[in-house]
Design a protein around this ligand. Structure first.
Ligand SMILES: NC(=O)C1=CN([C@@H]2O[C@H](COP(=O)(O)OP(=O)(O)OC[C@H]3O[C@@H](n4cnc5c(N)ncnc54)[C@H](O)[C@@H]3O)[C@@H](O)[C@H]2O)[C@@H](O)CC1
Ligand SMILES: Nc1ncnc2c1ncn2[C@@H]1O[C@H](COP(=O)(O)OP(=O)(O)O)[C@@H](O)[C@H]1O
Ligand SMILES: [Mg+2]
Length: 279
């Protein structure tokens, strides 16, 4: 199993071209949030923006627009229950995060069906949280999505794979993802999270128990979206985003008892600058 450490950071994070503009750094759509879970949408979007995504749109419920606009004025907002607006956004964006705080109602199933029908083959879909629970519950076929990243924690992976946590070995996880979505990238989130892609397994060598706080996975979706929007969807890009998230958490944990997602997010630009490669 490949071990991912600090050296991965400067292989992916590149200095910005002087002549570039926001359109060069990814158009990210975050479909997230519901009445009880508005914070998940804010954390995901804020993480994407702090990671450097060029343009971020949040599809959520109108009740959360004001909170979003106040917390993150950089993000645009649309209503995910307005199908025509959502379809237009699915077509226009090149990275889509689907699931943080969405809840498991029928509207989540409907949104997943729209993604399957309208997303472009070059668009990357990052599926997390409630979207994964609905895929498991309704047995939704994901094989038609060309660029798919699944980010379950062990409980969500149990629902998707039918593997209990002790059964989630490297071999069993590989078999399960090959059956569920053979072209997808799977991140099983836990202490020392693992990445499964094309029969290869890698593991990050960072992360701590201070991260065991609500919203930390929602934050990861935004980091991954920001990385893919800027550096493209590849295994090393995913490894770098996943590693950076835990690496920053480790720096905060040295002098803090708990690592708040919003604290981690505020430090992303500084650490990306520190690990920027000039090549
Ligand atoms: N501020 C917010 O708006 C927040 C919204 N959240 C949203 O709340 C919804 C429910 O997500 P949850 O993950 O809380 O609940 P879930 O019910 O989906 O998953 C938790 C279950 O998984 C089990 N489990 C096993 N291994 C685990 C592991 N390594 N990590 C976590 N759970 C593990 C737990 O025992 C529990 O039974 C999601 O849509 C999520 O995005 C949460 O992210 C918390 C913060
Ligand atoms: N003990 C731990 N050690 C290392 N990383 C952890 C630990 N606990 C949680 N994490 C990390 O925090 C994140 C939690 O994700 P998740 O459970 O989806 O959170 P949420 O849904 O509340 O946003 C994952 O990236 C996971 O790897
Ligand atoms: Mg989660």
């Amino acid at each position: 199993m490949e071990k991912i450490n600090k050296s991965v950071l400067s292989t992916v994070i590149k200095v910005r071209n002087t002549e570039s503009y926001k359109g060069n750094y990814g158009r990210v759509l975050i479909i997230a949030g519901s009445l009880p879970f508005g914070g998940a949408a804010i954390l995901s979007a804020s993480a994407a923006i702090h990671t450097g995504a060029g343009l971020v749109t949040v599809a959520t419920i109108p009740e959360k627009f004001t909170a979003l606009n106040v917390e993150i004025p950089e993000a645009m907002t649309i209503d995910y229950n307005k199908s025509q607006e959502l379809i237009a956004a699915i077509i226009q964006n090149n990275v889509i995060v689907l699931g943080p705080g969405l809840g498991t109602s029928d509207s989540t199933d409907k949104i997943i069906q729209l993604i399957i029908k309208y997303c472009d083959e070059n668009t990357t879909i990052i599926m997390d949280a409630s979207a994964l629970s609905v895929v498991a519950e309704n047995n939704i076929d994901l094989t038609s999505i060309n660029n798919l990243i699944l980010t379950p924690h062990q409980g969500e992976w149990q629902r998707l794979s039918n593997l209990s946590i002790p059964e989630q070995t490297k071999e069993n996880n590989l078999k399960a993802i090959n059956k569920l979505a053979p072209n997808a990238t799977l991140i099983v989130k836990k202490h020392l999270s693992e990445i499964y892609y094309q029969n290869k397994v890698s593991q990050i060598q960072a992360g701590n128990a201070g991260m065991a706080t609500g919203g930390m996975g929602d934050t990861l979706t935004g980091v991954l979206a920001g990385f893919i929007g800027q550096f493209g969807n590849s295994l090393v890009t995913v490894q770098t985003g996943l590693f950076l998230h835990s690496y920053i958490a480790d720096q905060i944990y040295k002098s803090n008892y708990v690592v708040l997602p919003s604290t981690l997010i505020s430090k992303i630009p500084k650490y990306m600058k520190k690990f920027t490669s000039n090549k």
